[in-house]
Design a protein around this ligand. Structure first.
Ligand code: PLP
Length: 360
């Protein structure tokens, strides 16, 4: 079975988990973003605000949907767009048609305030929740704060099926449109056509992708969902351990969280500031030599030739993203990480500091 009973059950259980009315399972978060954007029914070339510091797939989804990406600068303290950068980008492009909000690293982003800054109704806002399974803004779980919320089940994410994605929404028509569009735009999927009493007849009324989830993926997802609360507790423990150990290390600054709520602890991203005494690049190489793998989320979109050519960049550029990028570093954070491994990373960071900090 490709998309069948397991997928339907996974959709129901996932929707309940994030407190959304509906969920449509798809092949990836990138496909989810494209399908959600297409579902908004914007005019061709419609302008879509998205942060300059995000995964390249998010911008590709905007372009695949026939829309125009408009890059929004980020606050270097949070790595996220804020009201000032959103309103600057919105003014620069005239009137944006939609916005994609990212909950970077799993930190809650103030979705409603950002929509106001863009002068967009929440019905024209979608969320990239690839990091945000487990995030709440205030006390509302990410899943039904905007028109459509897009999750990833890629191998590194909080629910690591391997690959897969989900769109959650409270809008029944949008959900139905995405359900059709995820499988070629066909009016009834193959599963239903093959059911007893099913018919071979179907129609196609709009564009579609081949972006359905399979029942094998859904079965894995359902089993994982039962462990997610435990896994999230462990992620929080690891983050608390990092933060406590790094508090006394000048120049290694955890990112600020822009608004109250619950963090999903998907990434542990820090800024390596000049106070540390070594650059981010130098430090990540020294850590690699010691067997500690780090990463950077993300190379800003405007640093890549394709997006420099295709995306709108506000006049004055993206100084926040440019200031943040050379300092940004994600330390190891995953469920196989032992407490002792966190301690070792923090010890190496302290040892590698050219002027080791001695506690008073
Ligand atoms: C991983 C990721 C995506 C893409 O997810 P896929 O399921 O791999 O398509 C989109 N946006 C962000 C911010 C991500 O980290």
């Amino acid at each position: 079975m490709t998309t069948g009973n397991e997928t339907e059950l996974f959709e129901k259980e996932f929707a309940a988990y994030v407190e959304a009315e509906r969920a449509v399972a798809v092949s990836s978060c990138t496909a989810a973003l494209e399908l959600a954007l297409r579902g908004l029914g914007l005019p061709p070339g419609g302008k879509v605000l998205l942060p300059a510091v995000t995964f390249c797939g998010a911008a590709q989804a905007v372009l695949h949907a026939g829309l125009q990406p408009v890059l929004v600068d980020v606050d270097p303290r949070t790595a996220m767009a804020d009201q000032a950068t959103v309103s600057r980008a919105a003014r620069a492009c005239g009137c944006p048609h939609a916005m994609m909000v990212l909950h970077y690293a799993g930190a809650p982003a103030p979705v409603t305030a950002l929509a106001e800054a863009a002068q967009l109704p929440l019905t024209q806002v979608i969320e990239d929740a690839a990091h945000a399974l487990g995030t709440a803004v205030g006390d509302r779980p990410v899943g039904s704060l905007s028109r459509a919320t897009c999750f990833s089940f890629y191998a590194t994410k909080n629910l690591p099926i391997g690959d897969g994605g989900m769109v959650t929404t409270d809008d029944p028509e949008l959900a139905e449109g995405i359900r059709r569009a995820r499988l070629h735009g066909m009016s009834a999927d193959a599963w239903r056509r093959d059911m007893p009493g099913g018919s071979w007849r179907y129609t196609v009324e709009g564009p579609g992708l081949k972006a359905n989830m399979t029942d094998v993926q859904a079965a894995v997802g359902r089993a994982q969902l039962r462990h997610l609360d435990d896994w999230q507790r462990r992620r929080h423990e690891l983050v608390r351990r990092y933060t406590a150990a790094l508090e006394s290390l000048p120049g290694i600054e955890p990112l600020d969280v822009p608004t109250p709520g619950r963090h999903a602890c998907h990434l542990y991203a820090v800024r390596v500031t000049p106070e540390y005494g070594r650059s981010r690049d130098e430090m990540s190489e020294l850590l690699a030599e010691r067997g500690i793998g780090t990463s950077v989320h993300f190379i800003p979109l405007h640093h890549m030739p394709y997006f420099r050519d295709t995306a709108t960049i506000p006049p004055g550029g993206l100084p926040g993203a440019d200031a943040l990028f050379p300092q940004l570093l994600s330390l190891p954070l995953h469920l196989q990480l032992a407490d002792s491994a966190v301690d070792r990373v923090c010890d190496e960071l302290a040892r590698l500091a050219p002027k080791p900090h001695t506690p008073l």
